[in-house]
Each structure stands twice: as structure tokens, then as C-alpha cells.
Design a protein around this ligand. Structure first.
Ligand code: GLY
Length: 442
């Protein structure tokens, strides 16, 4: 239908101070939506490399317990820049899901924004009125970040459970209802003060996770059972000489390793090296977090280059940068594992001491920062280990300590604060909510 096939843009967001990485297919088109950039086409399709591990969209803590969350993922999307709008976007999505993907129509549900009568009416041409639900801002208003293009959206959900149990009340609540596609009706630009200005031309931005649609098409209820991940998880199992039962019992560790090594592989291929700030910190953190889970499962030597090799082999045709940089990717991961291995034992002893000495069940921010700065333990690992023991970390205090350290060492305190916050997740779910995530909703 006349859509230009546009290549994925690289993961790091060099020109966008509000994002470290692409977090959606629309990032590379943000200026086109805002009317600040012209392209020789008004319709596009992409498969975009994304990372949701910082800023507004951060899925890090769900990775492992959840069967459907990832740091790195591939987002499929079609876009209209002032060309078609709601009617065609809805029709194209319906045709693609029911005729091209041949999904079972009787399992599909859609949602529209609270007051979007127009979208509801348009959906009625395709699906029974009782299958069209309304939700508020949290579910049905999409924003790229704190500023930028945004608008009401319409989500499509696929029911995975027994038909006899299917009900409207389950959508956006129960694990069996999988959000597979989000159609964003791009209409506004959000400013830093929260105000919304209408875009010059209403546009369309859609996002469908390749991992989720693959899960549905391959008949699983878990993204990690699809062939996007199993070759890498098979490598882990082989290296550990685990039985299938042991692999199943250690599913959180397998998923964290499968996810984080994939993320590291792609981030390194896009030119990032492990470091202490911004995207470099995120890369270091995912490698170290995977290493910590690996150590718990029995790895005593660097192992991730083998796992990366499985991804390079299986995804290298679609992403030739993986093949071109294979040796560099493997070497960078191994070096970071080795660097971490040198401090990890001592870091864990220090953390143990901190837990013993912390009376109020909250690790002070400056102590958590010291665990990283002196002992190489990223905040995210301190948080994982603390939570396993019923402790929290003062994350705001961590940011202050990091900024003070940056000022003292002359590396730019203000910048440190901003970048520091970006890898945190201010609205991180608390313990009881994480149980819900563990079972896979969202
Ligand atoms: N930009 C649409 C989405 O990420 O869901």
C-alpha cells in the first residue's frame, strides 16, 4: 500500500537528549511528525531496534519474571506522515492481523481512549461493539517521553486462554490477554510544562512487538519459547549441562541471560562500549546483571560470547552489522565479564556487610553508589539482591551521591544528575505489583 521500507535506525539516540536509546519505531520520525523535517515519502514501514531500559519506558525489572518483557526488542510499525489517519490505520491493522497473519478473530479485543468516539465507531466496521473497550490515559494515550509527539491510541489484544473463560474484564488486567499492537493517533506535541500543541498534520504511528506476534503465531504463551530466543537458551543449557527440568526451574536466569546478551550484542554492534554513564552504563549494567544470574546458575568462566554467537548466527542476515562486528562484540562482552569477575566476590561480601548493618531495611543512596564506584556493583544488581532479602535502595539518594561524585571529580555534576536519572525507573513497581508482572501482564 505504498509504504516506503525504511531501515531501522541505530539504537543509541545521539541527537535526542531526552532518550538514551530508541524506545519505539517512531523515534526516527519524531521531527517528521513535528513538521520540522520533510521526507520524500508520506507512508513508511519499519522493523526498529528498540531498548526499553531507561526513561519513560523501562521494562528492566520485568525481564526474567515476565514471559513477555524485554530490554532489547524489535518493533514492527507502519507510519503515516499527514497521509492516512484513523480509518485506514484501523483497517490496515485489521487486515494484516486477520488476513495476512490469519489470527483467530474470535480472540481479538480492541481498546480506544476514553473519549475517542470516532475510533470506536471505525472499529465497529470490523469487530463486535462489545469487543471494543475504553481505557484512560495510562493505557490509551501514548507518549514517546516527557516531551515530544504523542496522542490517543488504540490497542489490539489477543486472548491466549480457554475460550470459555474469555471476558471483557480480563483485558488489561489478566495475563491471558496479550497486547499485540498499538495504533497511535499522533495529534499533539507535548512540551516540558505538560501542555499539548496540535501537530501540523495528524499522523499515524503504530508499534507491534515482533516477539509477541511471533509468540501468537508459533502457538506459545511465552515469548522466550519462540525460536527468537531458544537457540541462545539452548547454548546456555548446553554449557551448563542442565537437564530440561533444570532449565525450566532456572527460567528467570535463562530469560535474563537470553535478553541481556541479545541487548548487549546489538548495542555493541551500534558502537557503544561499556562505561560509567548513559548508554555505556546501560551496556555495562546488562552484561554484569546477566553475569550475576549466570554465576548463580553455576558459570565460573565468561560464557556470554557463546550466547552472543547464537544471536549473531540467527539474526546476522537481517542485521549485517552483527556479522561485520562479530569478533568485536564477543571480545567486548568477554572483557566486561572478566572485569566484573575481578570485583564481584568482594562486592558481594561488601553488600552482605551493608545488609547486616542496615537497620531500617533501606540501603542509603551513598552506600549503594559506593558499591558501584568502589566495588563495581551496578545499582540494578544491588536492587535485585536487596529485594531478594526484603530491602529497598534509596534510589533518589543514589542519584545525589552520583552527582556529588561527578562534581567532586570535575566530570560535570548537572549532566551526571540527568543521565543518572535516565537509567532509573522512578515509577518502578513495588513488591506486590511485581508479583503481577511475574505472571506476565502488561
Ligand atoms: N509508538 C507506539 C508504541 O510504542 O506502542
Amino acid at each position: 500500500m505504498g509504504h516506503e521500507e525504511v531501515a531501522s535506525s541505530p539504537l543509541p539516540q545521539k541527537d535526542n537528549p531526552t532518550l538514551l536509546f530508541n524506545n519505539a519505531g517512531m523515534n526516527q520520525f519524531a521531527k517528521v511528525f513535528l513538521g520540522q523535517e520533510k521526507r520524500p515519502y508520506s507512508r513508511a514501514v519499519t522493523s526498529q531496534k528498540c531498548m526499553r531500559v531507561s526513561g519513560k519506558h523501562n521494562d528492566l525489572t520485568s525481564v526474567g519474571p515476565s514471559p513477555r518483557h524485554h530490554t532489547f526488542f524489535e518493533m514492527l510499525g507502519n507510519f503515516s506522515f499527514g497521509d492516512y489517519f484513523k480509518k485506514d490505520a484501523i483497517q490496515y491493522a485489521w487486515e494484516f492481523l486477520t488476513e495476512v497473519m490469519e489470527l483467530d478473530k474470535s480472540r481479538l479485543w480492541v481498546s480506544v481512549y476514553t473519549d475517542d468516539d470516532e475510533a470506536e465507531e471505525l472499529w465497529q466496521a470490523h469487530i463486535a461493539p462489545e469487543r471494543i473497550l475504553r481505557f484512560g490515559k495510562k493505557e490509551n494515550f501514548w507518549e514517546m517521553g516527557d516531551v515530544g509527539p504523542c496522542g490517543p491510541c488504540s490497542e489490539i489484544h489477543y486472548y491466549l486462554g480457554d475460550m470459555a473463560d474469555m471476558k471483557a474484564e480480563g483485558v488489561n488486567v489478566e495475563d491471558d490477554y496479550l497486547e499485540i499492537w498499538n495504533l497511535v493517533f499522533m495529534q499533539y506535541e507535548k512540551a516540558a510544562d505538560g501542555s499539548l500543541t496540535p501537530l501540523p498534520r495528524p499522523s499515524i504511528d503504530t508499534g507491534m512487538g515482533l516477539e509477541r506476534i511471533t509468540q501468537v503465531k508459533q502457538g506459545f504463551t511465552n515469548n522466550y519459547d519462540t525460536d527468537l530466543f531458544t537457540p541462545a537458551m539452548d547454548v546456555v543449557q548446553e554449557l551448563l549441562r542442565h537437564s530440561d527440568e533444570e532449565r525450566k526451574a532456572n527460567y528467570v536466569g535463562y530469560r535474563v541471560i537470553a535478553d541481556h546478551v541479545r541487548a548487549a550484542t546489538f548495542v555493541i554492534a551500534d558502537g557503544v562500549r561499556p562505561g560509567n554513564d548513559g548508554a555505556e552504563y546501560v551496556l555495562r549494567m546488562v552484561i554484569r546483571r546477566a553475569a550475576r544470574f549466570g554465576r548463580d546458575m553455576g558459570f565460573s568462566q565468561p560464557f556470554m560470547a557463546h550466547v552472543a554467537g547464537a544471536y549473531i548466527q540467527h539474526m546476522g542476515e537481517a542485521y549485517p552489522e552483527l556479522i561485520a562486528q562479530m569478533e568485536h562484540i564477543k571480545r567486548t562482552i568477554t572483557q566486561e565479564e572478566e572485569r566484573f569477575a575481578r570485583t564481584l566476590d568482594n562486592a558481594l561480601v561488601q553488600l552482605e556487610r551493608v545488609l547486616e548493618e542496615t537497620a531500617d531495611k533501606q540501603i542509603p543512596g551513598n552506600v549503594a553508589f559506593d558499591l558501584y564506584a568502589t566495588h563495581g556493583l551496578p545499582l540494578e544488581i544491588t536492587r535485585d539482591l536487596a529485594e531478594e532479602r526484603g530491602f529497598t535502595v534509596d534510589e533518589a539518594g543514589y542519584v545525589v551521591a552520583k552527582a556529588e561524585h561527578a562534581l567532586a571529580s570535575g566530570s560535570g555534576g548537572v549532566q551526571g544528575v540527568r543521565v543518572g536519572w535516565q537509567h532509573l525507573q522512578p515509577n518502578r513497581p513495588r513488591f506486590n505489583q511485581r508479583r503481577q508482572i511475574a505472571s506476565g501482564r502488561g
